[in-house]
Ligand binder design. Structure first.
Ligand SMILES: N[C@@H](CCC(=O)N[C@@H](CS)C(=O)NCC(=O)O)C(=O)O
Length: 217
């Protein structure tokens, strides 16, 4: 197998690459990195990604990390089949803009919830701070309701923008497992909810769902 994909279960950055690989029907070999077993700290992995994070790929001896760089690389290296950046120069610019918005603004708005709820102990939850962060995050989710341009985020066709935002929203929804009254679903508008169902209907979607999420479902 020419391309090896290194991922961690639940990483939205790895999930984006996984969706991109499947979308483009690129043959790959997958290696799941265990955060808890210390796989990121091995010298072998450091040689692939010295920042010791997932995702990473090794394609015919070429190592690459940083999810968005990987997605762009895949589209250029494997130009056959559907494009992750389809359309003309302006359409592709819109897609890149949305990717940036998802990675910059969406994540920044979600982080004040994610840090305490998914990664902190319940006993330390500050309900007032969580409520305030939820309101701010709700504004960001509402913004995407006006950003979406069609059936897919950037219009008529799926693109890298969909594969960037979807895993971030899925991670946000995951917080409800630990704190059901957070009601993230209640912050999601009708257009984004329909778009999520569209992503979830992609034939390869189920295969890319983080394995430990499926195990716990
Ligand atoms: N900017 C990076 C972010 C990658 C990242 O933060 N990965 C996390 C998982 S979501 C990770 O590997 N964390 C392990 C650690 O920091 O020890 C990308 O887009 O690939």
């Amino acid at each position: 197998m020419a391309l090896t994909f290194y991922y961690g279960s639940g990483s939205p950055f790895a999930w984006r690459v996984w969706l991109a690989l499947e979308f483009k029907a690129i043959a790959y070999d997958q290696k799941m990195i265990s955060f808890s077993a210390g796989d990121l700290r091995t010298p072998e992995y450091a040689a692939i990604n010295p920042r010791r994070k997932v995702p990473a790929i090794v394609d015919d001896g070429f190592s690459l990390y940083e999810s968005q760089a990987i997605v762009e690389y895949l589209d250029e290296r494997y130009p056959g089949g559907p494009r992750l950046f389809p359309g003309d120069v302006r359409q592709r610019a819109l897609i890149r803009r949305m990717v940036q918005e998802a990675d910059q603004y969406f994540i920044v708005a979600m982080d004040p919830l994610l840090a305490p709820i998914l990664f902190g102990p319940k006993e330390k939850w500050d309900e007032a701070a969580i409520a305030e962060a939820r309101t701010r995050f709700g504004k960001e989710l509402a913004r995407w309701e006006s950003i979406i341009l069609g059936d897919w985020l950037s219009g008529a066709d799926p693109s890298a923008a969909d594969f960037t935002l979807y895993p971030h929203i899925a991670l946000a929804l995951r917080m409800e497992k630990k704190k059901p009254d957070l009601d993230i679903r209640g912050l999601i508008g009708a257009k984004i909810a329909a778009w999520m169902r569209r992503v979830e209907s992609l034939p390869y979607f189920e295969k890319t769902v983080p394995p430990h999420w499926k195990a716990a479902a």
